[in-house]
Design a protein around this ligand. Sequence first.
Ligand code: DLL
Length: 435
Amino acid sequence: MVNYFNREIETAPLKKIEEIQLERLKNILRYVNEKIPFYQKLFKENNLNVEKLNSLDELKNLPFTTKSVLRDNYPFNLFAIPLSEVVEIHASSGTTGKLTVVGYTKNDIKLWSEVMARSLVCAGVGKDDIIQNAYGYGLFTGGLGVHYGALEIGATVIPISAGGTKRQLMIMQDFKSTVLTCTPSYSLYMAEEAKDMGIDPRKTTIRIGILGAEPWSEGMRKQIEKEWNMLALDIYGLSEIIGPGVAMECEGKNGLHVWADHFLPEVINPETGEVLEEGKEGELVLTTLTKEALPLIRYRTGDIVTMTKEECPYCKRTMPRISKIKGRIDDMLIIRGVNVFPSQIETVLMKIPEVAPHYQLVVTREKHLDKLEVRVEVTEETFSDEVKKLEELEKKVMDEIESTLGLSVEVKLVEPKSIERSMGKAKRVIDMRKI
Ligand code: DLL
């Protein structure tokens, strides 16, 4: 059965959603122009009179906001309101050093609760569910974001946070948790640890996993669903926009529904900045339409997606849908001229039953040429095979990657459980070029 948290808006005709978007866009442009010196200056420099915007199409004429703007305005200079109105602060560290700091007013927290409630209900979660929330609580937005949504729908939330895996499993069994929220990689680690403890993850009461914060392939989904005997759904979000709850999959698993009455999505060509037509792959750009503390105009997420505006054939929601995230632009590897995302390699690996869903990509540079080594664990059963068979498997993995991606890589099979496990975002790429 399909349920909605806010049926009226979630299934409103696209035209109606666009009317709301335009109205809100006009307001937010006026608001940032008035309240945030950065935007005031930016619009002035670009000779833009934002009061004149009269159609959604004109949004494409406005400049982008990038992550560096947030860093340059560290910690609070981009906030539209005095700090006394800010009730919560989060931050993400990323790979490049300085924190990206984000703030929320009371209304922003209400908004976050609403979009997270929509997301949970969209995944099939209800009031009777017991949510084991194993996203990190703290500056990371995952823990509290899910928490607010759970409160909003009246489900029971266990704020266990990430880590302490044995304790997680004990609590899961004793409290009879029905929903697991964590990163996809942590869900696999938990399943593995469960088996080591003599617990069959398939026999726990968990029925739905709401997994996100990192890219994961369809193959990984199948693996996780098999390990847990649960429905594994994808949740997307980023701190700058609100945290988790920007977009969510429904049971139909055909794209993530963007809560577009609050976050206006566009897909652009990352090189030229031009807006792409529906269905074309590019970088997701989001404009917050209703946020108070940190509204952002045309924020470049760095995430690669395709988008469709067709109604969802499964749940009939009408908001635009984005594909699963292929990866971040900055995670794209260029190996001897071939562009490749870690998720594409993951897709190939997941089709080979003798290897486990734990891998790492090591990039090195030799004489100006980038080299990629794929380290992947073999399954326990395969590990006990003779060396000759392992050599054959190594070749098989290499050939599969070469024939699917046109990329020749080195493959190193490693022992089960030898690749570092993650309780948050998995580290898939070790880039020795930067070390
Ligand atoms: O990861 C928010 C979040 C928490 C989303 C819990 C989902 C669940 P940040 O730490 O700011 O926020 O990282 C945001 O993570 O730009 C993407 O590159 C990546 N990301 C988030 N969700 C997904 C996903 C949270 N479902 C960055 N698939 C984003 C792929 C994702 N990548």
